[in-house]
Design a protein around this ligand. Structure first.
Ligand code: TXA
Ligand code: MG
Length: 317
């Protein structure tokens, strides 16, 4: 039996499979089964108030699991699917209510990864999947990262190589008035969305990792390394000289540069930066440094998703 067939069998039995997407690896279960979905929350140690994203194989499947498919959804799916854009729409009763923390909505996305699409098509059903990390840890962008998170407790990890995008999808709520609202910035920018459906509201800016949750789907504590991490507009000279402080700076060009065990320069371009971000954070978390100091990229629209993840992972320095 192929790995894919095994994965489908496991999903049909109501159990969990980790699989690659273009953004991060997901921990998947049958989105129609409450029991299966509850297993995800237990495995991750995730609060049941934080809704999961449902992965579909295309527009036809999305229309079965959203109870409405407005024109904005049609146009956005045409422009950005398969890809890193999750659309929040009214939820069909066929989706287990636990998936969306009992909200009346559901987040749907068609991932841009051949293995993920083959899995959903062969399973022939929607797959609920958060990032395949323990709650509050850094999201995984390789199969090895998933193994580090869960060890042998995950029955099967489909290995599709490193994720190309490297940070999670943009989540756009199409059910809120007066305008759609970005709930989480990600792989598709606000500007690109606006060229398709006109103006949308931006998320409020996260400033502290300790901000308490406000409502289901709005949790802000996320993605944090275990080593205390601080962000700076410009790295302080004192940190540059401290041997027990790890530094993540920005390079002057698109390339990633390793200066020493504790020092790295990230690409000066948002997509390339995003691609490396979680692997670098994870690696630097293993250095057992006293702290990680991170130089923030410019406060410009193109950097909003990367800046969002860095803010969630750090406190102001
Ligand atoms: O790129 C991604 O989106 C990855 C891959 C695996 O597809 N998945 C992912 O899922 O990041 P997760 O569970 O880590 O993030 C889910 C987030 C929630 O925290 C919330 O912000 C938003 O998506 N979300 C999901 N359903 C929602 C809903 N019905 N209403 C509002 N926000 C929702
Ligand atoms: Mg996550």
């Amino acid at each position: 039996m192929s790995e894919l067939q095994r994965a489908v069998q496991i999903l049909r039995a109501g159990r969990l499979v980790a699989f690659p997407t273009e953004t991060v690896y997901g921990l998947g279960a049958d989105a129609r089964s409450s029991d299966a979905v509850n297993r995800i929350f237990r495995a991750k140690g995730r609060p049941s108030t934080n809704p999961l994203i449902v992965h579909v194989s295309g527009v036809a499947m999305a229309k079965v699991y959203a109870s409405e498919w407005p024109d904005a959804a049609r146009r956005l799916a045409q422009a950005f699917w398969p890809g890193p854009l999750t659309l929040v729409l009214p939820r069909s009763k066929k989706i287990a209510p636990e998936v969306s923390a009992r909200l009346s909505t559901v987040g749907l996305r068609m991932p841009n990864h051949p293995l993920a699409i083959e899995l959903i098509r062969t399973f022939d059903g929607p797959i609920a999947a958060p990032s395949a990390n323990r709650s509050m840890h850094i999201s995984p962008t390789t199969a090895q990262h998933v193994r580090e998170e869960f060890g042998a407790s995950i029955e099967l990890i489909l290995d599709g190589g490193p994720c190309t995008v490297g940070i999670e999808s943009t989540v756009l709520d199409l059910t809120c008035a007066p305008r759609p609202r970005i709930v989480r910035p990600g792989g598709i920018s606000k500007e690109r969305i606006e060229t398709v459906i006109g103006s949308v509201d931006a998320p409020h800016v996260v400033t502290e990792v300790t901000t308490p949750a406000v409502a289901p789907g709005q949790q802000e504590v996320h993605y944090a390394p275990l080593t205390p991490a601080y962000r700076f507009d410009r790295l302080p000279v004192t940190a540059m000289e401290a041997p027990d402080v790890a530094l993540i700076a920005i390079s002057r060009d698109r390339s990633l540069r390793r200066l020493s065990l504790h020092r790295i320069e990230m690409p000066n371009e948002p997509d390339a930066y995003a691609h490396h971000l979680y692997a670098v954070l994870r690696e630097f978390d293993h250095l057992q440094a006293r702290a990680i100091h991170i130089e923030m990229p410019p406060d410009a629209p193109a950097w909003s998703a990367v800046r969002d993840r860095l803010r969630r992972a750090t406190n102001p320095g």
